[in-house]
Write a protein that binds this ligand. Structure first.
Ligand code: SF4
Ligand code: SF4
Ligand code: SF4
Length: 326
C-alpha cells in the first residue's frame, strides 16, 4: 500500500479511535518540506493536520515512559494513549513492556509497515538543505527545490543507514495495522553493517575517532532525552550532585565518561532506533557505541533487545556466581 493510501486509512481510523484515548501521538508538517514534527492529536478536527510520509523518522515511543513525563504533562500514566509505530519503533515498545515500564492496557498501538525513511542530511552535498522551498516525489525519486536551484535524487541513495539494514519493517506489536505486512526479507544489507568502518579500525585509530567525536560534544543531552530506554531522567547520574559522579564540564575526559556511562546503561536494552545519533547537533554517531554492544550480545547470547517481550537483557540477569564459570 502506498504512503498516501496508508495516510488516508490512518486518518479514518484515528477519527474512530480518538474517543477511546487521551491523545494519539503522530506526525505533523515540520519547519520545511524535508521535516515533520511529533504531533499530539486530541480532537477529530486536528486529524487533518496529520502526515505520514518518507520523513516520519521520529521514534514516538520515546514519549511513553511515565518517568519521562513531568506531572501535569499532556497525558498522565492513568490515561490511555494512542501511538503510531513503525517496525523499528515497535521494538522500543516491546523492550519497555518487557522491562515493566509500560502498561499494555494503557496503550493503543497503531502499526505502520514501513519501506524506509529519507535522511535529509544525505541531500546536503547536492543542495542547500536549509533553503528548501518545495519537493516533489514519486516511488523512486525526489525533486528538491530552493529559490535558486533544484536537484533530483534516487530515494534509494537517501534512506537512513538503519533502513538499509532493516530487519523489522513490520511492527512487532500493534492493536491496529494500517497497510499490509511487508516481506520479512526487506533488509538490503546485513545487520550491524553500520559498524564495518569502526571495526576495521585499529584500537589507536578507534581511540582517535572517539576522542575527536567526543571533544565536540556540548553535553546538551539530546541523545539521552530522545532515547526511549534512557528513562531515569530525573535521577540521571550525570546531573546528580549527591553523589557527584560526573562533572558538567565540557571536557574530553568528562564527555567520554558521560558516553561510557550512557552506553553501558542502555547495554542490551538499546533497540537500535538510531535516534541518539540523528538528533545530535554536532553529528556524533553516538548510536554506534550501543550498536557495538548489541552486536556482541547478539553473537554471545542470540539476544536482540525489543524483539521478545519475555526475554530479559543478559546484563540484567547476570548472577554473581557466573563469575566462577570459566
Ligand atoms: S528501520 Fe525499518 S521500520 Fe524503521 S524507518 Fe527504516 S525501514 Fe522503517
Ligand atoms: S541508545 Fe540510541 S539507538 Fe539505542 S534505543 Fe536509545 S536512542 Fe535508540
Ligand atoms: S546529542 Fe550530541 S552533543 Fe548532545 S550530549 Fe549527545 S553526543 Fe553530546
Amino acid at each position: 500500500m502506498e504512503l498516501a493510501e496508508q495516510l488516508k486509512e490512518l486518518k479514518k481510523k484515528l477519527v474512530e479511535i480518538l474517543p477511546q484515548v487521551s491523545h494519539v501521538i503522530g506526525y505533523e508538517p515540520g519547519f520545511d518540506p524535508l521535516h515533520v514534527a511529533p504531533f499530539f492529536i486530541r480532537e477529530a478536527a486536528e486529524v487533518e493536520r496529520l502526515v505520514w510520509n518518507r520523513f516520519c523518522i521520529h521514534n514516538l515511543a520515546a514519549y511513553l515512559p511515565p518517568q519521562k513525563r513531568p506531572p501535569g504533562w499532556l497525558f498522565n500514566p492513568e490515561e490511555k494513549v494512542g501511538v503510531l509505530v513503525k517496525g523499528c519503533d515497535s521494538r522500543s515498545i516491546v523492550e519497555l513492556l518487557g522491562e515493566g515500564i509500560l502498561d499494555r492496557e494503557k496503550l493503543l498501538i497503531i502499526g505502520l509497515p514501513c519501506t524506509g525513511k529519507i535522511d535529509p542530511r544525505k541531500l546536503s552535498s547536492q543542495i542547500d538543505i536549509d533553503k528548501v522551498a518545495r519537493i516533489e516525489q514519486d516511488e523512486q525519486t525526489i525533486m528538491v527545490f530552493t529559490e535558486q536551484e533544484e536537484v533530483s535524487a534516487d530515494l534509494a541513495d537517501l534512506y537512513y543507514d538503519k533502513c538499509l539494514e532493516c530487519d523489522y519493517p513490520n511492527p512487532l506489536v500493534y492493536d491496529i495495522l494500517i497497510g499490509e505486512l511487508l516481506k520479512a526479507d526487506a533488509h538490503r544489507k546485513p545487520p550491524f553493517s553500520q559498524l564495518n568502518k569502526l571495526e576495521a579500525m585499529s584500537i589507536p585509530q578507534r581511540e582517535q575517532f572517539w576522542g575527536k567525536a567526543f571533544s565536540k560534544c556540548i553535553r546538551c543531552y539530546a541523545c539521552r532525552n530522545v532515547c526511549p530506554v534512557c528513562y531515569c531522567q530525573n535521577k540521571c547520574l550525570v546531573e546528580a550532585r549527591r553523589p557527584h559522579w560526573s562533572k558538567a564540564e565540557v571536557t574530553l575526559s568528562e564527555n567520554r565518561w558521560f558516553h561510557m556511562i550512557r552506553s553501558f546503561h542502555v547495554a542490551g536494552r538499546c533497540t537500535d532506533c538510531g535516534e541518539c545519533s540523528r538528533v545530535c547537533p554536532v553529528n556524533i554517531p553516538v548510536h554506534l557505541l550501543s550498536m557495538k554492544i548489541n552486536k556482541e550480545l547478539w553473537e554471545l547470547f542470540g539476544y536482540l533487545a525489543g524483539t521478545d517481550e519475555n526475554r530479559k537483557p543478559p546484563l540484567q540477569t547476570f548472577q554473581p556466581e557466573e563469575e566462577k564459570i570459566k
